[in-house]
Design a protein around this ligand. Sequence first.
Ligand SMILES: [Zn+2]
Length: 452
Amino acid sequence: MSDSLLIEDISYLVLADSDQTVLENAWVWIENGFIKDLGSGEVPEDAGDAPKLSGQGKIATPGLVNTHHHFYQNMARAYTPGNNLPLLPWLERMNKLWKRFREDDLQVCTQLGIAELMMSGATTIADHHYVFTEGSTDMTLHQFKAASKMGVRLHASRGSMNQKSDLISDWALQDEDTILADTESLIQTQHDNSPGSYRQVIVAPCAATSCTKSLLEASAALAKKFRVGLHTHCGETVAENDFSIEHFKARPLAYLLDCGWDYDKAWLAHGIHFNDEELSLLSHYGIGVAHCPNANMRLGSGICRVPELIESDVKVGIGVDGSASNDSGHILGELRQALYLARVKYGAESMSALDAIELGAWRAARMMGRDDIGELAVGKCGDLALFPINDLYANAAENPVDALLICHPRQVSDLVVGGSIRIKDGAFTHLDIVELMSEHRQRAERVRSSAF
Ligand SMILES: [Zn+2]
């Protein structure tokens, strides 16, 4: 597949730069996977030989970046026993499903989840997988295989659980040595930190409630040793605060800091219930927050203080999360929810459509330690999402760019990753989506039928 491309006649080009520039009648020239030049008006003559894609009647944004997800859960979405529960009882129900879940199931879940996210504009995705069932092997390698087939950039957060509790069965736990050895081996064999990287490894214990202190400490030390990302859930519910104070004699963030999580490549999923002092600590240590508005609303967990995080110079990016607490992986829809949830708490002037796009663009990229994606500029990766202006749900919108968020979320017409066209005219260029959906349904049925 070619990695050079000229996207011409783009009606609106959202650069997602610090000035929130939007160019009209624009073009982007990609060579060898990276942006060689871009602008509005006339295309440079020497770009004439590159393969072309028309941007007429389209709004182009940087390929969107998702900082938190759980692909495996897309086999349990809208699962009746968990549909009306808060986090902990919901988790208890979910955890009964996965005893027979294996690496080939995860590969299919990963492909399907990536397909959903691509169709809604994503080109870089962090998935957090922490259920390593007894008898399974190479879970993370199967995720990388899926991402490579789909052609997106995957940050695989190698999750872990090693703490016995009422919520988790023994077959879902691994011992600390196994977890650390596998994670280190993945870093050494898979992690690529070069510009334009398609695969990165994140050290990612599931949560302080499902991991021992020793594992949390060793995970932070491992991430720091190799300068890779560090990730977990934190600050999601009031019940988590209470549990932490009762069992660890500290609030969740203080406990993590005590475990050595004072690290500028760490980011925490949810971060709803942080107080002012904790916002200062996050800013001081450079720790980020993955904001997951749909899951937070679905589970009734609360509202993340996104405008205040930004004001306090805390890194924050969008997390689509789920897929059984969302229960869909639509990243543009997630940005719309972030926009509206912020307005519920802080008023209609607190966030604009372009501010919301930033959460899925440079802000998300920066939080994941990447300066080569999330913005359209010379030298950045040639990753773009193109959305049709003339969509039924946005028809006749006076401001097509604002309409991208303010009107009902739509799908992309085209998606480009590293200069390669992965979706064209609303269809995957390299994937039989009907066949994938059918296989996914069959496997999901088997997984649900083995619940106990
Ligand atoms: Zn999560």
